[in-house]
Design a binder for this molecule. Structure first.
Ligand code: FES
Ligand SMILES: [Fe+2]
Length: 330
């Protein structure tokens, strides 16, 4: 399963957390070294492995814009090419195979995104509409580390039918737990659906496989309240919660949470981010306990309710397609 996820873009860190000090991250079970050639330089992401004797490059240091292995001092440029082998005499050719493995990376939405595949999937673009929009303010909330698979984490983030049980008093469906019909529409990079509970219109956009955006628009300020509303909510207030799940390995997931709002821009951000620790903890206990840890992708496994579980059913179908050979046509 992890190999099938290599073409996708995954956020590994906040941009502002990466400096010149080589640092190890793990993505899809593979150790990576992340560094900058200069304080303002673009982030470089490589396999955390020196081709010479397999030492971890993250134990090295950045010297003159290159990363220097701690073991025998080989130095690699940002593109992976070897710049220097100290044990060779001056002027001796450097073997062409002496390369570090550099991966595609990008900075966007305050995060460093990495693709380990040779043919990258389209870059996740949903947040572009709000990121540079002066009517909105985006805040990084925190990273949550859960001992669960990324698909279980993402499916939890897209499921609103658990709100009235797990998040009582925090975020409940204003009109109760009975789920009314709603349409799930497949899109180029995932799928989308919306649910109107009389107080909020909750619009979900899933950028497959693990990025879940939950856009809550106030329809009727009197109709209910959730913890991320402001005290004097007005119709048209939008609060967008983005749960960006990164598969560190099969059973460890980092969840980067962003919150974007178009209201109360003069108020302290902490008022809108403070409740996440509680809500995420409520979810963590449930999701870490789910078995099997890997989400079953055969719809015949686990028991789905056709209407309330419509989003999960499509999600699992798409995960299943991921595992099918490229020659398979549905
Ligand atoms: S293992 Fe890196 S230089 Fe020898
Ligand atoms: Fe939840």
């Amino acid at each position: 399963m992890l190999d099938m996820l290599r073409p996708y873009w995954h956020p590994i860190s906040r941009d502002s957390d990466v400096g010149m000090e080589p640092t190890r991250y793990t993505l899809l079970g593979e150790h990576l070294v992340v560094w900058r050639p200069s304080p303002e330089g673009d982030v470089v992401v490589m396999k955390d492995l020196c081709i010479h004797r397999g030492a971890a490059l993250s134990a090295g240091a950045v010297v003159d814009g290159t990363i220097k292995c701690a073991y025998h001092g080989w130095r690699y440029r940002a593109d992976g090419g070897c710049a220097h082998i100290p044990s060779l005499p001056e002027g001796a050719p450097i073997p062409a195979k002496a390369r570090a493995i550099a991966y595609a990376s990008r900075s966007a939405y305050g995060l460093i995104w990495v693709c380990l595949g040779e043919t990258p999937a389209p870059f996740p673009g949903f947040l572009e509409t709000v990121w540079d929009n002066p009517d909105y303010r985006s805040v990084y909330v925190a990273r949550y580390d859960w001992n669960a698979s990324a698909a279980r984490v993402a499916e939890n983030a897209m499921d609103f039918s658990h709100f009235n049980f797990v998040h009582k008093g925090y975020t409940e469906l204003a009109d109760g737990p009975v789920i009314k019909p709603f349409e799930v529409a497949r899109q180029d990079q995932g799928f989308a659906y919306a649910y109107d509970d009389g107080h909020l219109l909750r619009e979900y956009v899933i950028e497959f496989p693990f990025l879940v955006h939950d856009r809550k628009g106030v329809l009727n300020p009197e109709g209910g309240a959730t913890w991320s509303d402001s005290d004097n909510a007005r119709a048209g207030d939008v609060t967008l919660l983005s749960f960006l799940a990164t598969p560190v390995d099969e059973t460890l997931t980092h969840i980067h949470v962003l919150v974007t709002r178009n209201h109360a821009l003069d108020r302290d951000d902490a008022e809108f981010t403070g409740g996440f620790d509680t809500v995420m903890e409520q979810d963590r206990v449930i999701v870490e306990g789910q078995r099997p840890e890997q989400i079953p992708v055969d719809i015949k496994e686990e028991l789905h309710l056709r209407l309330p579980d419509a989003a999960s059913i499509l999600y699992r179908r798409m995960l299943r397609e991921l595992n099918l050979p490229a020659s398979y046509m549905p």
